[in-house]
Design a protein around this ligand. Structure first.
Ligand SMILES: Cc1ncc(COP(=O)(O)O)c(C=O)c1O
Length: 354
C-alpha cells in the first residue's frame, strides 16, 4: 500500500501527463564546443567562473554531497531555491485548484498557507495541543484528512513553538495516510535538535517527504539552498515542474564550500554553541518578572510568553532590538532567535529593562 505507485496516483493527472521543458544542459553532456544554449562565449565579469554558461539543473557534485550529508541516495534528492520552493513545488504537484486541500497543524510556519493560496488549494487544520507543549494529535490529523487533503505539512522542530513533534506520532500519521495523502515533514531546524531525523524513515514510506535547508545551521540563508528528500519517483515528478536552471552558479560554489568535511564539522560546532546559548538565554529570561513561559526548544529560537507582548515589542524596537511578535499564533508571545553571544547579551540587557 505504501508504494511509490500509490503515492504517484495522488499527483495531479495533468502534471503526470506534462512533457517537461528539456533544457540544453539536460539534453547534452560532455563535448568540447558548446553552441547549443544560445549562451555568450565570453564572461565579461572577470573573476566570476563560467557565468556565461547556464548552470547544471541539479549540480551532480552538490547533490552527491547533500546525499552523503543526509545519508540518502542522490536520486532521492531535489535541490531548490530554499525549502520554500520545495513547499511550493509540492503544493503545485499535488493540489488541483478549487478541488484539493492541504492540512496544517497550527501554530506553524506561514508559507504552507501562502503556497496553498497561490495554488487555489483549501487549507484544513488540526491544531497542535497547547496544553501538551504543542504536541501533534495524530487522531485529529488523521480525522481531519478528508479525501480532498493531498498534503499534510508537519514541522519538526516546529516554527514558532520550537518543539519537536514526537517521531512515533509523525510515523503514525504517515502510515495511516499511505495511499491517501503525502506527509511533508519540514525539518528546517533539525540540526539544533537531539531528535532523530525522519530521513531514516524514507526508504520504507513512499508517502513521506522531508524538507531540509542550508539556511539555518549552515548559515546560508542568503544563498537560498533547500533540499527535498523523497522517493525517487516523487522527486522525478517535482523535477518536471522545477524551473530549468534553478540553482545559480555562485550559489553552487557557496553551497559546495559549506559542505566540505571541515565546513560541516564547523557548522555542527556552531549549532552546538547556539544550542548552549539557547539554554542560557531561556534560563535568564525565566528570571524576568513579566515572562510567563519559555517553551523548551529544539530549534535556534525561543518562544516566550509574556504578560504584554505589545509592550515588550515596543521596548525592544526602541532599543534597536528586532524580535518577532508571534501573538497572532499564540497569544502574548514573542519569538527570539539565538544570535552570537554578544547579540544574545544585548537582547537580554534590553529585555531586562522591562
Ligand atoms: C519551518 C521553516 N521551513 C522553511 C523555512 C524556509 O527556509 P528556506 O530558507 O530554506 O526557504 C523556514 C524559514 O524560516 C522555516 O521556519
Amino acid at each position: 500500500m505504501n508504494s511509490p505507485a500509490a503515492t504517484l496516483a495522488l499527483v495531479r493527472p495533468e502534471i503526470l501527463a506534462l512533457a517537461p521543458y528539456s533544457s540544453a544542459r539536460k539534453e547534452s553532456k560532455g563535448g568540447k564546443v558548446w553552441l547549443d544554449a544560445n549562451e555568450n562565449p565570453a564572461t565579461p565579469h572577470a573573476g566570476a567562473p563560467l557565468l556565461n554558461r547556464y548552470p547544471e539543473p541539479q549540480p551532480p557534485e552538490l547533490v552527491a554531497r547533500l546525499a552523503s550529508l543526509y545519508g540518502t541516495a542522490p536520486d532521492g534528492i531535489l535541490v531548490t531555491r530554499g525549502s520554500d520552493e520545495g513547499i511550493d513545488l509540492l503544493v503545485r504537484a499535488f493540489c488541483r485548484a478549487g478541488h484539493d486541500a492541504i492540512l496544517i497543524t497550527p501554530p506553524t510556519y506561514g508559507m504552507y498557507v501562502v503556497a496553498a493560496g497561490i495554488q487555489g488549494a483549501a487549507v484544513r487544520t488540526a491544531p497542535l495541543v497547547a496544553e501538551k507543549d504543542f504536541a501533534v494529535d495524530p487522531a485529529a490529523v488523521i480525522g481531519a484528512a478528508g479525501p480532498d487533503v493531498k498534503l499534510v505539512f508537519l514541522c519538526s522542530p516546529n516554527n514558532p513553538t520550537g518543539r519537536n513533534l514526537a517521531r512515533a506520532d509523525v510515523l503514525q500519521i504517515v502510515d495511516a495516510l499511505a495511499g491517501r495523502a503525502v506527509v511533508v515533514v519540514d525539518e528546517a531546524y533539525a540540526e539544533f535538535s537531539a531528535g532523530e531525523s525522519l530521513v531514516s524513515a524514507l526508504p520504507s514510506r513512499a508517502n513521506l517527504v522531508v524538507l531540509r535547508t542550508l539556511s539555518k545551521a549552515f548559515g546560508l540563508a542568503g544563498a537560498r539552498v533547500g533540499v527535498t528528500l523523497a522517493a525517487p519517483e516523487l522527486i522525478g515528478v517535482l523535477q518536471k515542474i522545477l524551473a530549468p536552471y534553478p540553482i545559480p552558479t555562485p550559489v553552487v560554489s557557496a553551497a559546495l564550500a559549506a559542505l566540505t568535511p571541515d565546513a560541516i564539522a564547523a557548522a555542527r560546532r556552531s549549532a552546538a554553541d547556539l544550542v548552549a546559548g539557547r539554554e542560557r538565554l531561556a534560563a535568564a529570561l525565566l528570571r524576568l518578572p513579566y515572562v510567563r513561559t519559555v517553551w523548551s526548544s529544539d530549534a535556534n529560537f525561543l518562544l516566550v510568553a509574556v504578560t504584554d507582548s505589545a509592550r515588550i515589542m515596543q521596548l525592544a524596537r526602541a532599543a534597536g532590538l528586532i524580535i518577532r511578535d508571534r501573538s497572532k499564533d499564540v497569544p502574548n508571545t514573542v519569538r527570539i532567535t539565538i544570535g552570537s553571544p554578544a547579540e544574545t547579551a544585548f537582547a537580554l540587557e534590553v529585555l531586562s529593562r522591562g
